[in-house]
Design a protein around this ligand. Structure first.
Ligand SMILES: O=C(O)CCC(=O)C(=O)O
Length: 440
């Protein structure tokens, strides 16, 4: 990555860019005595270096000494919406990050840097205009923007995409109403099985996080859509209809942007039904995570989600009007300005591997705030889990100085990484990198 922040993005804040290290020993049982799959909670969508949210020895002692804010683990597994609704005014110890991992670290330095760079406290991600992409006279220019964004930031926003506000607004609305349901109704969907078509839970990886994150989630497997929908929640009564429409729209958008990304990478368009696009049209993996970040009594001490990258090809994030998503760029955490009606799109680990490192799967995290609850819907798109992904042959050329940079990867490799010692010290992507024999 370049060490200079390029023009389209304004710097919002400088936070510590260090990744957190391995969490303390995984909790094997939740409060209700249910067995939890080790490392499974977010294995379907995201990867951190180790499982972040390390607890310092001092914090551990605090927890063990049972302060009044050290809630029982089982109670915390009811989630942060439950805690927030109970009117707490202090963050339970279990959510307090070590000082060096807190979101405000480096803020003062960031403000002055932002001022020097003319930043106004908001980040505008590069804009990919799909109306332009659909216009033959503008397509090349839009592809160039997409290519730059994926190389430099790994993030961009998509506008003029044609997904109606009834579809995306409806999705955000039904998501909000889901988290307003009584806890007993939401809790019906708790599951330790990562392959379950529906899973409700809390934190990032509730089976492993030593420090919990201020997030509740609902994960919906979206492929094959017709088969999985009957297993989705029946409450709110319109959830299945609304989420089905949204999932179909998200998949169509993904296919269009993926086609553009392959063209921008210079990978020749295959005959109909061929190539990666043909495979994706026949069978893709698609998971939707609905995130709920309630107002938090002490947001400066915790995160809604720790630094992580996404496992698939592309992720599409729909967010309400409340900011919170931060992207790591050139060692700085940049807060994404939620542009109404747009989707924030990011490159996942699979696309970094497939592009042989030309496109970047970058770390991102979520901050929370003390007054406004936030809802986001992240749609993770990729090839089927068992399909091994390696660099596209068109992008590997030893003689031109483009050696193969990554090993082949599939979901089994990912699970093995989570269980291995490597998971303590490297990101998943780092673990898939081949040693290069040149200085580059
Ligand atoms: O809430 C957001 O804006 C981002 C969500 C995210 O990064 C995720 O679900 O992996």
């Amino acid at each position: 990555m370049s060490l200079v922040v390029a023009a389209p993005m304004a710097i919002v804040e400088l936070a510590n860019a260090q990744l957190q290290q391995q969490a303390a020993a995984a909790a094997k049982k939740d409060g209700g005595g249910h067995e939890l799959e080790d490392g499974a909670a977010d294995a379907d969508t995201s990867t951190t270096m180790g499982m972040s949210c390390k607890r310092s020895e001092q914090q551990q002692q605090l927890v063990e000494s049972s302060s009044s804010y050290d809630y029982d683990y089982g109670a915390l597994m009811k989630g942060v919406r439950h805690l927030s609704d109970s009117g707490i005014t202090r963050l339970p110890d279990r959510y307090v990050l070590p000082v060096s991992d807190r979101p405000g670290v480096g803020l003062i330095a960031a403000s002055s840097t932002a001022a020097a760079a003319g930043g106004v406290g908001r980040v505008k991600l590069p804009v990919v205009d799909l109306a332009g992409l659909r216009d033959p006279s503008q397509r090349a220019a839009v592809l160039a923007t997409l290519d730059d964004a994926c190389r430099e930031y790994g993030f961009f926003q998509v506008v003029n995409h044609g997904v109606g506000s009834d579809v995306s607004g409806g999705m955000l609305d039904v998501a909000r109403r889901f988290f307003e349901l009584p806890l007993a109704e939401r809790a019906r969907h708790m599951s330790a099985d990562v392959r379950a078509p529906v899973r409700y839970g809390t934190s990032f990886n509730q089976a492993k996080d030593a420090v919990l994150c201020w997030r509740d989630f609902l994960k919906l497997v979206c492929q094959p859509l017709r088969e999985v929908v009957p297993r989705w929640p029946q409450q709110p009564a319109d959830l299945r209809d609304v989420a089905t429409g949204y999932a179909a729209a998200s998949h169509a958008l993904f296919m269009e942007v993926m086609e553009a990304a392959l063209e921008a990478l210079g990978i020749p368009a295959p005959a109909a039904g061929g190539g990666v696009l043909g495979e994706l049209a026949a069978l893709a993996s698609h998971m939707m995570t609905v995130n709920c970040y309630p107002a938090c009594p002490q947001p400066e001490l915790t995160l809604g989600m720790p630094p992580h990258s996404d496992y698939g090809l592309l992720t599409f994030v729909l967010q309400d009007h409340v900011e919170g998503l931060q992207v790591l760029h050139a060692g700085r955490w940049l807060t994404v300005d939620p542009v109404p009606g747009s989707f924030v799109v990011n490159v996942g680990d699979h696309l970094e591997i497939y592009s042989n490192g030309r496109y970047k799967s970058v770390l991102h995290r979520v901050r929370v705030n003390s007054t406004r609850p936030r809802i986001s819907v992240a749609s993770f798109h990729s090839l089927p889990a068992e399909r091994a992904i390696g660099p596209a042959p068109e992008l590997v050329d030893d003689e031109a100085g483009n050696p193969r940079r990554y090993m082949d990867t599939d979901f089994a490799t990912f699970l093995a990484y989570l269980a291995s010692a490597d998971g303590k010290n490297k990101t998943f992507l780092q673990s898939r990198k081949l040693p290069l024999h040149t200085s580059s």
